[in-house]
Write a protein that binds this ligand. Structure first.
Ligand code: PRP
Ligand code: URA
Length: 210
């Protein structure tokens, strides 16, 4: 099975991503842009949701129309930085349930460390979209996907802003069934496993920490 990676080349997404990357963009604008790009990406990620025909009445006549059907949606941000993508998603999918997985990357070992998890109880029945702006080594995403699968989830997508080739490879080797949606695939990782050129530390830029 070949990993499916969808790169969003829409001009609005690319334009906003440029300002997200720019080191001169402050936390307020950074947060707003991440939310806006997430909303635009939500539009694309949900493109293939199944629909069913329903009958309604407009003020003029009866009409056959369409509504989304099938599996219920769940979005799962990886804390902290994934939180920045939640509101954008919820603006378009307000009925989605939100689960949270807390992981941080140990700066020495670069391995993900889990510190929090709260998921909808029917996670196994939902189509899940994991949110994390950065796919670097892929360790965090791989761990989050494993975590969800251990709880019965079998329909998982990963949505990020910037992916490194190394991260895509890691997710592919562990979870070839998971589609990756990203606004960019960057060049490489540096010696601290930061994405080059990337956008720096997503959590710090969102929340003003260092
Ligand atoms: C960042 C980012 C991802 C992870 C990606 O989180 O939000 O979760 O790094 O790196 P990886 O692909 O090499 O695992 P970080 O660990 O900095 O935690 P934070 O969001 O709490 O700042
Ligand atoms: N985490 C980040 O926030 N940025 C990177 O470039 C890599 C991991």
């Amino acid at each position: 099975m070949e990993q499916k990676v969808f790169v969003f080349d829409h001009p609005l997404i690319q334009h906003k991503l440029t300002f997200i990357r720019d080191k001169n963009t402050g936390a307020k604008e950074f947060r707003e842009l991440v939310e806006e790009v997430s909303m635009l990406m939500a539009y694309e990620v949900t493109r293939n949701l199944p629909m069913e025909e329903v009958e309604i009445e407009t003020p003029i006549s009866k009409a056959k129309a369409h509504v989304i059907t099938g599996k219920k949606l769940g979005i799962v941000p990886i804390l902290r930085a994934g939180l920045g993508m939640v509101n954008g998603m919820l603006k378009l999918i307000p009925t989605a349930k939100v689960g949270h997985i807390g992981l941080y990357r140990d700066p020495e070992t670069l391995q993900p460390v889990e510190y929090y998890c709260k998921l909808p109880s029917d996670v196994h029945e939902r189509e899940l979209i994991i949110l994390d702006p950065m796919l670097a080594t892929g360790g965090s995403a791989k761990a989050a996907i494993t975590f969800l699968k251990e709880r019965g989830a079998n329909n998982i997508k990963l949505m990020c802003l910037i992916a490194a080739p190394e991260g895509i490879e890691t997710v592919y080797k562990a979870h070839p069934d998971v589609e990756i949606y990203t606004a960019a695939v960057d060049e490489k990782l540096n010696s601290h496993a930061y994405i080059v050129p990337g956008l720096g530390d997503a959590g710090d830029r969102l929340f003003g920490t260092r």
